[in-house]
Design a binder for this molecule. Structure first.
Ligand code: PMT
Length: 321
């Protein structure tokens, strides 16, 4: 089943709605382990020789299960390309990155690898050794070394989610760990988050039977977490949300409305078809169009975008010193 479920309008969010969403969600597996890893990561990057700024990059789309023993789910189009690419540029800019990604989507440093890297990149030699076949050898070496450097230096922490329940519980947990960083924390919320879901307690336990005839299902609204993130979880952080639309006319209106309503520092507006070419950064001071360098075939729109964000975040940190 494939429906665009993460891209709708914003709605009123109340503390009651948020509390009842979390209270009724199935508990996050490994929550204690995730909390420990996140806190160690914050500690390491706050008190090492170089105190770093830390960004949470969310990436990919959340699923909405239709059954507790899930056979079917609602999904959306997000590939995680934006998040993975952005994470690379944040690392280059000296940030420590928590990369919260949808299982199975793009990963930092692996974007240029083929879909089936093991089978397409590797070959067995006459001596039964495994080697990387040209022309992938350089790309693979670069991907492995960049990723290993980031992970072994402790500047990249990867955490995964699949469902809307896992995503929002992870977001809350990570945001609470990041609140102690004050203005050094940056939230870059590129994930396509489901707007509608089936509450756990009203969800069928077993596979829904097609023999019962056409399916009527009422989906509840997922509470928007941006307000509570800004107000309660990490009030001093620099917060960037995204807005995706297919109609340019309404895109900027909605991005502007989200900026005001959720008190974001920036909203990145993008259109579905041109999202890899151009984005519009909506701020209280005005809109900035950011385009990829079209003179370079391999240029990413995220390169100038992250440069701009780093400058704005630096200015915000300085103004609060
Ligand atoms: O992954 P790619 O294929 O590269 O595509 C990238 C992208 C188009 C998905 C990305 O650039 C993007 O625009 N992501 C946001 C998509 C969107 O419009 O989501 P939304 O309108 O449902 O949410 C807007 C913001 O509110 C998001 O920052 C989201 O994190 C946040 N949100 C959404 C729902 C919810 N219940 N709580 C939230 O906080």
């Amino acid at each position: 089943m494939n429906a665009s479920n993460g891209l709708g309008d914003f709605e009123e969010t109340s503390n009651v709605g948020i509390k009842s969403f979390f209270d009724s969600s199935p508990p996050l597996k490994d929550a204690a382990e995730i909390k420990k890893k996140t806190e160690e990561f914050m500690q390491k990057n706050s008190f090492s020789e170089k105190t770093r700024r830390i960004v949470l990059v969310t990436s990919g789309g959340t699923t909405v299960p239709l059954e507790q023993r899930c056979v079917r789910y609602i999904d959306n189009f997000s590939s995680g390309h934006r998040g993975a690419t952005s994470a690379e540029y944040f690392l280059r800019a000296g940030y420590a990155v928590v990369f919260l990604y949808r299982e199975g989507t793009y990963q930092p440093f692996c974007r240029s690898l083929p879909n089936n890297p093991l089978l397409e990149c590797l070959e067995v030699t006459k001596e039964s050794n495994i080697t990387v076949r040209p022309p992938y050898d350089q790309t693979v070496k670069k991907a492995i070394s960049n990723s290993h450097v980031a992970i072994s230096c402790g500047t990249l922490l990867k955490l995964s989610f699949t469902t809307i329940f896992e995503y929002l519980q992870n977001l809350q947990l990570i945001a609470s760990s990041m609140s102690s960083l004050g203005s050094r924390a940056l939230f870059y919320l590129a994930a396509a988050v489901s707007d509608f879901y089936v509450p756990w307690e009203s969800m069928a336990v077993h596979k829904i039977q097609s023999s019962s005839g056409p399916l009527d299902m009422r989906l509840a609204q997922v509470p928007k977490m941006l307000l509570v993130l800004r107000r309660d979880w990490a009030p001093k952080a620099f917060c960037i949300s995204f807005k995706l639309e297919t109609d340019k006319e309404i895109l900027l209106k909605k991005a502007g409305a989200a900026l005001e309503k959720y008190n974001m520092n920036m909203v990145i507006a993008n259109e579905l078809l041109t999202r890899k070419e151009e984005v519009i950064v909506v701020t209280k001071a005005g809109n900035i169009v950011v385009q990829r360098d079209r003179t370079r075939a391999d240029a990413d729109v995220e390169e100038p975008l992250i440069n701009l964000i780093v400058d704005e975040h630096s200015a915000a940190c300085k103004s609060l010193e």
